[in-house]
Design a protein. Structure first.
Length: 539
């Protein structure tokens, strides 16, 4: 009888513990925002059979999936994408119109998170000169911090400073990024005066040196598949049977950790630091909802470097799935997935290369902006006289010399129209938009994309729209920076706390992510929010 009584008590205690673990908190204890660099939604389904059961498959089969999420602006780059997710508004409002833009007052290119007043906290000097000073809107984590009088915590984790900073907001406890020269995780003086002891301890373990001593080899690509005449992968990689990269060779040659970013070990290192941040900062351990973002950049870099149908990219996506599963398992053990709101998306999509399209007899080519700029300058010198009429031209935006035009007694709008008419003669350019037309007109869907990217104090004078399949000439094999579907469509998946299992196919604007979180937490919307709560999420 004593044994039976002991067994019953043991059974009741364990049942209570089981149910206690699964009780959903009134608010999520932790919001985890996972942003994957330049990830198209079709990649997940393309490599579905290679995935395990506890990563992407788990989220898609058990969570809420939006199959038609998109950015509704013209210039799809990493900076604008990250800022749009967390502010709930367009680049025309939050001000991050591109990764970099031309500063007319200083006559130089300005990186969207540059800040010379912020100094590196450990690491090399220049690696800390970043902050969110150019982001004009509050973010969802800023509003969380306001609402709880600073008791909610906010962190951003990424190999590069831009996504770490923009995704975590103005008032983050800290945004951390990786110094490619020293091999240390660090931040800037905008956030801290000294690194926490746990970060110092993490850096002292020299984990990057462990990864840089390894080799990167493909997995799950067999010879039969690579030699198949009917399989798309087999065609594109042209029967390449294997790859093998010795990371230490690159490290010894370059004397830095830059090559680590373009291997799956870059994502693994990011996960390492993420889990240490959650544990050491005690995130999700009290009644105030905490926020942490993690940006996986390695997969995007690999795609741009080797192409979306390369063995390298396939292996990187498979290993990314392992990292997603790793995060989910870690969060379940430490906080409980029922107490965690887990969101996965991307900062932009990506277009096919013209070479790829050419294999299928689809229109596409490269637009050489340097050649176009040289011809344009020659033309303007003939029409208006010799002068530096164009100050900057990159990423489909052209900046004119306003002072010179004004001194020449020419109307800026007239000058812009002359430039636009000339550029329309180039092959690959389907349309040219002037800033003057955007200042006074916003009455069609085509202009809306450019209007949503346009912030007068930072944007150019002329915006170029290339034909489908045309991209600005570069060394990349995956491109973005247009409003065509491949560039603007991204995955959007919600999982965990109070998320119902559902798949939605209707269009979702990415500015709707932040207000949906606000409604979940009964927070004020971000101060420039133009998005709307997603009904399926908040109902």
């Amino acid at each position: 009888m004593k044994f039976i009584g002991f067994f019953i008590c043991f059974f009741i205690i364990n049942i209570n513990l089981l149910f206690a673990k699964k009780i959903v908190s009134e608010n999520p204890k932790l919001i985890v925002l996972v942003v994957i660099d330049q990830m198209r939604p079709d990649y997940i389904y393309q490599f579905w059979d290679d995935f395990g059961e506890n990563g992407f498959k788990k989220i898609i089969t058990e969570g809420m999936v939006f199959r038609n999420a998109r950015y509704n602006y013209a210039f799809t780059q990493a900076g604008p994408g990250c800022a749009t997710i967390v502010t709930g508004t367009y680049p025309s409002i939050h001000g991050i119109i591109a990764d970099s833009w031309y500063d007319r007052t200083k006559e130089e290119t300005l990186f969207c998170v540059s800040d010379n007043e912020s100094k590196a906290i450990d690491g090399t000097y220049e690696s800390g000169q970043y902050s969110p000073k150019w982001l004009l809107s509050s973010t969802i984590s800023d509003e969380m911090r306001f609402f709880t009088n600073g008791k909610s915590k906010s962190f951003g984790i990424a190999l590069d400073p831009m996504p770490a900073i923009l995704l975590s907001g103005h008032n983050a406890n800290v945004a951390y990024w990786f110094d490619m020269k020293s091999g240390k995780w660090l931040t800037g003086s905008y956030y801290l005066n000294n690194l926490p002891e746990w970060v110092i301890d993490f850096n002292n373990k020299k984990i990057p040196e462990i990864y840089i001593s390894r080799t990167w080899e493909y997995q799950n690509i067999n010879e039969k598949e690579l030699n198949s005449d009917t399989n798309t992968i087999g065609k594109i990689v042209k029967k390449i049977k294997s790859f093998r990269y010795n990371l230490s060779e690159h490290y010894n040659r370059d004397k830095n950790f830059e090559f680590l970013k373009s291997t799956p070990y870059g994502n693994i290192l990011t996960s390492d630091f993420f889990t240490n941040t959650v544990i050491n900062e005690e995130l999700g351990k009290d009644e105030f909802t905490d926020f942490i973002s993690i940006y996986y950049s390695a997969t995007g870099i690999i795609g741009r470097k080797y192409g979306p149908y390369s063995p390298e990219f396939r292996d990187a996506i498979i290993k990314l799935d392992v990292e997603i599963a790793r995060l989910l398992n870690f969060l379940d053990e430490n906080i409980g997935l029922e107490n965690t709101l887990f969101i996965v998306t991307s900062d932009r999509g990506g277009s096919y290369s013209p070479e790829f399209l050419g294999q299928y007899k689809i229109n596409g080519d490269y637009f050489n902006n340097y050649q176009a700029l040289a011809l344009l300058r020659s033309y303007l010198n003939v029409v208006y006289g010799k002068g530096s009429w164009v100050q900057y031209f990159q990423f489909n935006q052209l900046y004119l010399n306003h002072n010179l035009i004004e001194n020449s007694k020419v109307l800026l709008s007239d000058f812009q129209n002359v430039v636009a008419s000339f550029l329309l003669n180039f092959s690959g350019i389907s349309n040219v938009i002037t800033s003057s037309s955007l200042n006074f007109s916003n009455n069609n869907n085509f202009n809306n994309f450019f209007y949503n990217s346009y912030y007068p104090k930072r944007s150019g004078d002329i915006f170029i729209c290339l034909d489908p399949g045309w991209v600005e000439k570069s060394d990349d094999k995956i491109f973005s920076n247009s409003f065509y579907p491949n560039d603007i469509q991204v995955p959007l998946m919600w999982y965990g706390w109070k998320i119902k299992r559902k798949t939605i196919s209707r269009p979702i604007d990415m500015i709707d992510v932040a207000p949906s979180i606000s409604v979940f937490l009964n927070l004020p919307f971000t101060n420039a929010c133009f998005g709307h709560p997603i009904p399926e999420i908040v109902e």
